[in-house]
Design a protein around this ligand. Structure first.
Ligand code: SF4
Length: 359
């Protein structure tokens, strides 16, 4: 799967009359573009979401006019909110060209209050994982950095965070973020700006299906977010059957890319494993998964995610005793395992499900 400029996921998103999205700009860009006043101040006013929740933040008339003339300040529009019994809310957002994307808001009240936003990086996805509703859509286009940041701002203005809540972001919505790495990384830089939301890269997780070229590129970038790997099978034949990316970069090559990542102090990988009944949920699979992890068994997280069934896939959730046995076998090998049910199961929170149904 060589990356070329002509692939469909490289299709540029429409720019409004050639104006850059204000949400893709860093303070130094405001300065370079000749914004009136202090660039850091303008950035601060635009990005400090809690000010907007209490009414429009104060910005001078000159700045307001400059933003309106020189930039596109539109945000993705929230079309639907689907609150779940588990406290999460699934949202459908419309981009300026009419395409729809999904996001999930997941507050956690226990221990230290925290809210996690699960966001999209593409409209659809080219990776074609057979258990995924977004994969069944194919790829329509990448999100721009401005649309990614705008998505976060729109979600925060609509649903929080409450004061004192720590914010974390996961790129686990629609799309393969490493297929859109330039825009994703630009968005991470903007979101991390201290004058704005100040979201440290250590509170942002990018989840990949195993796009090795992207992992290798991301490993060299700074700031560098945390990496999650969606694994879902323990031998190449099975993985290639559910995740076509494995035909290009197999499990051995993927493991090599992780070894070359160069883990820094406090950095952890997350390994996601969607449990599919009768496909990848045997004790032998659990044993092989532990073997593949090798020295990554300790100090990293393994998330077991029982399949969230939906109409666009024939896979099923394993029985409870199978899930428990799989988890126990991994724990016996020294892995740190969490069984995670997809949040919002009652509101069709499988990634891409709502947008795919509308399409
Ligand atoms: S699981 Fe992720 S990478 Fe695979 S098709 Fe779905 S959105 Fe794309």
């Amino acid at each position: 799967m060589a990356e070329t400029a002509l692939m469909p996921w490289d299709r540029p998103a429409p720019e409004k009359a050639g104006k850059p999205s204000v949400w893709s700009l860093l303070p130094e860009d405001f300065e370079a573009m000749g914004a009136p006043g202090r660039a850091a101040h303008l950035f601060n006013r635009l990005h400090r979401v809690h000010l907007w929740k209490e009414g429009a933040p104060w910005i001078s008339k000159a700045l307001r006019e400059w933003v309106a003339t020189e930039t596109d300040a539109s945000l993705p529009e929230i079309l639907e909110r689907h609150p779940s019994m588990d406290g999460s809310t699934k949202l459908v957002l419309r981009l300026s060209d009419g395409h729809r994307i999904e996001a999930v808001h997941m507050p956690r009240k226990v221990r230290s209050p925290r809210v996690t936003y699960c966001i999209s990086s593409q409209v659809g996805c080219a990776m074609g994982c057979t258990f995924c509703a977004t994969g069944a859509m194919g790829i329509l286009r990448n999100l721009t950095a401005g649309e990614i940041v705008g998505q976060v701002i729109a979600l925060m203005r609509d649903l929080g965070p409450d004061r004192g809540e720590q914010v974390t972001l996961v790129f686990m919505g629609m799309g393969e973020p490493l297929h859109n790495l330039d825009h994703v990384h630009r968005a991470i830089r903007v979101l991390g700006e201290i004058e704005g939301l100040g979201l440290s890269a250590k509170r942002i997780t990018v989840s990949t299906s195993g796009l090795v070229s992207g992992i290798e590129k991301l490993a060299r970038l700074r700031p560098r977010p945390l990496l999650a790997l969606s694994l879902n099978a323990t031998h190449d034949e099975a993985r290639s059957a559910t995740m076509p990316v494995n035909k290009v970069w197999n499990l051995a090559r993927l493991r090599q890319a992780l070894d070359a990542w160069g883990l820094q102090r406090g950095e952890k990988f997350t390994f996601e494993y969607v449990l599919l009944a009768g496909v990848n949920d045997t004790p032998e699979d659990a044993q092989r998964l532990g073997d593949w992890l090798g020295d990554l068994r300790r100090g990293h997280n393994v998330n077991l995610i029982p399949m969230n069934e939906h109409d666009h896939s024939t896979f099923h959730e394993p029985a409870e005793d199978r899930i428990q046995a799989f988890s126990d076998r991994l724990k016996a090998q020294g892995c740190f395992v969490t069984v995670r049910r997809s949040r919002g199961r009652d509101v069709r929170a499988a990634c891409g499900q709502l947008v795919k149904e509308k399409a």
